[in-house]
Ligand binder design. Structure first.
Ligand SMILES: *[C@@H]1O[C@H](CO)[C@@H](O)[C@H](O)[C@H]1NC(C)=O
Ligand SMILES: *[C@@H]1O[C@H](CO)[C@@H](O)[C@H](O)[C@H]1NC(C)=O
Ligand SMILES: *[C@@H]1O[C@H](CO)[C@@H](O)[C@H](O)[C@H]1NC(C)=O
Length: 434
C-alpha cells in the first residue's frame, strides 16, 4: 500500500515535470504543431536588449519572461547570440513562461552580404555553432539563415546564397541527429519581389534544398486600416497556396500613436489564421527607434556610459510597460486564441510552388538555378549593365526595412540607433507605397 502510493506520487511528480516542459514545435505542411497535436500560432516579441546576446543573463530573462507571460506572448525572436555563452538559465526561464525562441544563425560578421554574396566555410561554421548551442532546448522553435539579406529588388540574386545556407544547415541538422527544428528566412517586404522571393525559397522537387518556414517583416498595417487598405489581402493571396508555414517575423507599425495592434486581430483572426501562423511584434525594449513595449528606465543622453546603458537607454533592470501600447497589445492577444486544426485531422496537400522565372527589373533569379556550393562568391552586377563594379550600398532602404538598432542589417550589421523615427516612418512609407 505504502509502496504503491510512493510509486503513484513519483508518477504524479513526473507528470508535473513533464507538464512544465514545453512541447517542441514542428513544421508539418504549411502549419506548426506542438507535440500534443495542437496547431501553434505565434504571439511573439522581438527581443534584443544588447547587440551581443540577450540570452545569458538569467535573472534578466526571468524578469522579462514573467512580464511577457502577463502580456500573453508565447515566442521571442532574438537576432544575435554568442554561441559560446551559457543559455540554459534564460531558455529555462522562457520555457517556464510558455515561451518559444526563434533565433537568427548569422552574426554581424557572418551575415550574407547582398552586394558581394558569398556562402563560405566561415559562415557555415558560425551558423552551425549557433544551431549546436540551441538544438538541445525543447523551446527552440526555429532558426533563420538570414534577416533581410535582400533589401532591394536588384539584390535578389543573393537569394541563391540564402537557399544554399538553408540547404547546408538542414543537412547539418540531420548529420547531428537534431530534432527537425525548422530552418527559414526572414524577409524584408519588397513589393516587386512578391511572391517570387518566398516562392523561390520553397520551390523545387528536393525538400532538402528549400526552407522549412518563411517569415515576412511587414509594417504595412498602420492606424485605422483594413485588409484592403493595408495591403494584407495581397499578402493573403500570396500565402494562399504556400506549402510551408508563413508568418510575420516582424510587424507593428508606429506611425499612428498610440499603437493599437489592430493588425493582430487580422493576422490571428479568421481573415488570416487559416494561412498564417501568427506574428512577432517589434520590439520589447524601448530604444531610439521608438518601437519599445517596455522600458528599463528613463532615457539618458546618448553619450552617457554606465553599466547596462547603451545608446541613451538602460538595457537591463525591471521592465516597465510603455503605456498604453503594452496593454493595447495585451488586450488584443487576450481575445485572439485561434485553435486552427488538429494535426490528426490535417493532411498537407500543398506542393512546392514553381520556381519563378526572372522578370525585367524585378526578380533576377531565373527558375530552379543550381545553388552555390560552399566557398562560392558572387558580385551582384548593376541591373542592365555588364560592369563588374557594384555601386549600391544597400543602406538606405535596407535600414528602412529593418527598424532595429541592434540586429545585423543587409550591409553587414551597421547599427541605426541614431536614426530618427520620422526618417524611419518616411522610409517605411516610401517602401509600402511602392
Ligand atoms: C566569408 O563571408 C563573410 C561574410 O560575407 C566574409 O566577411 C568573409 O571574409 C568570407 N571569408 C572567406 C574566407 O572568404
Ligand atoms: C536533395 O538535396 C540534397 C542536399 O543538396 C542532396 O544531398 C540529395 O542528393 C538531393 N536528392 C536528390 C534526390 O536529388
Ligand atoms: C539598386 O537599386 C538602388 C535603388 O533603386 C540603386 O540606388 C542602386 O544603384 C541599384 N544597384 C545596382 C547594383 O544596380
Amino acid at each position: 500500500m505504502f509502496a504503491k502510493s510512493l510509486v503513484t506520487a513519483a508518477l504524479l511528480a513526473n507528470a508535473a515535470l513533464t507538464a512544465a516542459k514545453l512541447s517542441p514545435i514542428s513544421a508539418v505542411g504549411s502549419k506548426f504543431f506542438n507535440g500534443n497535436g495542437d496547431q501553434f500560432f505565434m504571439k511573439g516579441i522581438a527581443y534584443q536588449l544588447t547587440p551581443a546576446d540577450p540570452l545569458i543573463d538569467t535573472e534578466q530573462c526571468q524578469r522579462d519572461a514573467s512580464l511577457m507571460k502577463t502580456l500573453g506572448a508565447n515566442a521571442i525572436r532574438v537576432y544575435h547570440v554568442d554561441p559560446n555563452g551559457d543559455h540554459t538559465g534564460c531558455m529555462t526561464a522562457f520555457a517556464d513562461a510558455g515561451i518559444y525562441l526563434l533565433v537568427d544563425l548569422d552574426t554581424f560578421n557572418t551575415a550574407i552580404d547582398p552586394i558581394v554574396a558569398s556562402w563560405n566555410q566561415t559562415q557555415f561554421d558560425a551558423y552551425a555553432k549557433v544551431m549546436d548551442a540551441f538544438a538541445k532546448y525543447d523551446n527552440t522553435l526555429g532558426y533563420f539563415v538570414g534577416n533581410e539579406v535582400i533589401a532591394l529588388n536588384n539584390q535578389s540574386e543573393a537569394a541563391t546564397y540564402v537557399k544554399a545556407a538553408a540547404r547546408d544547415l538542414k543537412a547539418y541538422r540531420k548529420s547531428k541527429g537534431y530534432r527537425e527544428i525548422p530552418v527559414g528566412y526572414s524577409a524584408a517586404d519588397i513589393a516587386e519581389l512578391r511572391p517570387m522571393l518566398q516562392n523561390y525559397l520553397s520551390c523545387g522537387s528536393n525538400a532538402s534544398e528549400s526552407i522549412d518556414m518563411f517569415g515576412l517583416n511587414a509594417y504595412e498595417w498602420c492606424g485605422d486600416v483594413n485588409m484592403q487598405t493595408s495591403g494584407y489581402d495581397t499578402l493573403n493571396e500570396f500565402a494562399s497556396t504556400y506549402n510551408v508555414p508563413i508568418f510575420f517575423s516582424e510587424t507593428g507599425c508606429i506611425t499612428a500613436r498610440p499603437r493599437t495592434f489592430a493588425d493582430q486581430s487580422a493576422i490571428l483572426g479568421p481573415e488570416m489564421n487559416k494561412l498564417w501562423s501568427g506574428a512577432i511584434v517589434y520590439e520589447w525594449i524601448a530604444e531610439a527607434n521608438d518601437y519599445g513595449l517596455i522600458s528599463y528606465g528613463p532615457p539618458v543622453s546618448a553619450t552617457v556610459t554606465g553599466a547596462n546603458i547603451e545608446g541613451g537607454f538602460s538595457r537591463a533592470g525591471t521592465p516597465t510597460p510603455v503605456s498604453p501600447d503594452f496593454s493595447n497589445l495585451q488586450a488584443q492577444w487576450k481575445t485572439l486564441t485561434p485553435t486552427g486544426v488538429a494535426s490528426s485531422a490535417y493532411k498537407p496537400t500543398l506542393t512546392p510552388p514553381p520556381c519563378p522565372a526572372s522578370t525585367a527589373g524585378g526578380w533576377l533569379v531565373d527558375g530552379d538555378v543550381k545553388l552555390p556550393s560552399v566557398g562560392q562568391t558572387q558580385q551582384v552586377k548593376p541591373t542592365g549593365s555588364n560592369s563588374e563594379t557594384a555601386t549600391a550600398t544597400g543602406t538606405a532602404t535596407g535600414t528602412a526595412a529593418s527598424p532595429s538598432s541592434t540586429k545585423g542589417s543587409a550591409n553587414g550589421g551597421k547599427e541605426i540607433t541614431g536614426m530618427g523615427v520620422g526618417l524611419v516612418a518616411v522610409m517605411l512609407g516610401f517602401m509600402y507605397w511602392l
